[in-house]
Write a protein that binds this ligand. Structure first.
Ligand code: FNR
Length: 392
């Protein structure tokens, strides 16, 4: 294969390299996967209205997120990498070495170290690009290891588990390790139905507990017969989570809180009232409720609901610099990418993530230049037209 020229190419490489179970876990969405596809398709229903004869010899893509200066409005979303362990041993490529001739417990330990290496690789790539990484609080999270990779602005994504002591402990660890904000995921009171995961049934090795995995006391859970690790985790997340818990979270941390998973103006207004610091418009990459709109279509309504009182970010389907521009034109303060990171990690490790960030940066810069925008503040709603706009 020749030089990789766009982010999408990493998906095909990852598909080749990864065990099917792992690839499916990364790539798939819920049920009919309508929202998953729509996250991409909706971007193609937005066209540009570029302005001409503007001196674009200097382009400034820098921005400030929650007071932190970053090099571009492109950041890394949390992606739990936990489900690559599989008991049937049908591992390929890089996993083969880990698996061959070992028992499941050794495999899992080896696997965990791979995940930690990957999270650290992502952290280093983000830091080198001058942007923010959000670390997932899935059971393979490695707060201290990620922090030890060196300087960098990092956010910590939080699932609220039933046991609030576990949550407090995680938040304290993140704060101590120098993480700058919490992204509170609110679209997962229960796990969406991802049918490939139901078919593949990835599970934790028998006898292992989340305590082993995470070093946190979630109690001993025999998962040998569980349908999958994600459902195990989902079983620990608290479906009673409500707005009062946002207040509780504020009471245990001084880190600003971004509410991740907002799709309506109604909820945007409540976020503002709750005192949270910002909103991430997200449908969990199409992995939770199917037939919710694409995030790019939901964005404008959420921005209106937020009334400029808190910044609004977006994730879901961003694969091109043009997508980044479109999101900013519709009012986003920045975007996050999920799958491009896991696919590029699987393909080329840290170098892959660096390349993804660089390609998106270059494409976004080019889009700004060709649209006549020299800084993010010059990107306006008038630079685009959407299929859902009234005729001019
Ligand atoms: C996710 N996502 C996610 N979100 C979250 O809040 N906590 C998590 O642990 C995970 N884990 C996770 C794993 C994998 C494999 C994927 C693909 C996604 C959702 C993620 O943060 C983000 O919302 C979407 O991935 C954004 O969409 P794209 O960029 O993948 O299209």
């Amino acid at each position: 294969m020749g030089e990789i020229t766009n982010v999408n190419e990493y998906q095909a490489i990852a598909k080749e390299k990864l065990p099917k179970m792992a690839y499916d876990y990364y790539a798939s969405g819920a049920e009919d996967q309508w929202t998953l596809a729509e996250n991409r398709n909706a971007f193609s229903r937005i066209l540009f209205r570029p302005r001409i004869l503007i001196d674009v010899s200097k382009i400034d893509m820098t921005t400030t997120v929650l007071g932190f200066k970053i090099s571009m409005p492109i950041m890394i979303a949390p992606t739990g990498l936990q489900k690559m362990a599989h008991p049937d041993g049908k591992q390929r490529s890089s996993h083969k070495a880990l698996w061959t001739g070992r028992n499941m417990h050794d495999y899992w330990k080896g696997f965990q170290s791979v995940v930690k290496i990957r999270e650290c690789a992502t952290a280093r790539a983000a830091s080198a690009a001058g942007t923010i990484m959000t670390l997932s609080s899935g059971p393979t999270c490695s707060i201290e290891e990620v922090a030890s990779t060196g300087p960098g602005i990092r956010f910590f994504q939080l699932y609220v588990y039933k046991d609030r002591n576990v949550v407090s402990q995680l938040v304290r660890r993140a704060e101590r390790a120098g993480f700058k904000a919490i992204a509170l995921t609110v679209d997962t009171p229960r796990l969406g139905r991802r049918e490939s995961d139901i078919k593949n049934r990835p599970v934790l090795p028998p006898g292992l507990t989340l305590k082993n995995v995470e070093g946190l006391d979630l109690g001993k859970i025999d998962v040998a017969n569980d349908s999958g690790l994600a459902s195990l985790v989902a079983g620990q997340t608290d479906s009673t989570l409500s707005w009062k818990d946002v207040k509780w979270l504020q009471s245990i941390t001084s880190m600003p809180i971004l509410v991740k998973g907002v799709l309506t103006a109604e909820d945007a207004r409540i976020v503002v009232q709750s005192g949270a610091a910002g909103i991430i418009v997200s449908n969990h990459g199409g992995r939770q409720l199917d037939y919710v709109p694409s995030t790019i279509m939901a964005l404008e309504e959420v921005v209106k609901g937020a009334q400029g009182r808190v910044p609004v970010f977006l994730d879901g389907g961003v694969r091109r610099g043009t997508d980044v521009f479109k999101a900013l034109a519709l009012g986003a303060a920045g975007i996050f990418i999920g799958r491009p990171v896991v696919f590029s990690l699987a393909s080329e490790g840290e170098a892959g993530v660096r390349k993804v960030l660089q390609m998106l940066r270059d494409e976004f810069e080019l889009t700004m230049a060709l649209s006549g925008c020299r800084s993010l503040s010059e990107i306006t709603r008038n630079h685009i037209v959407t299929e859902w706009d009234a005729p001019r």
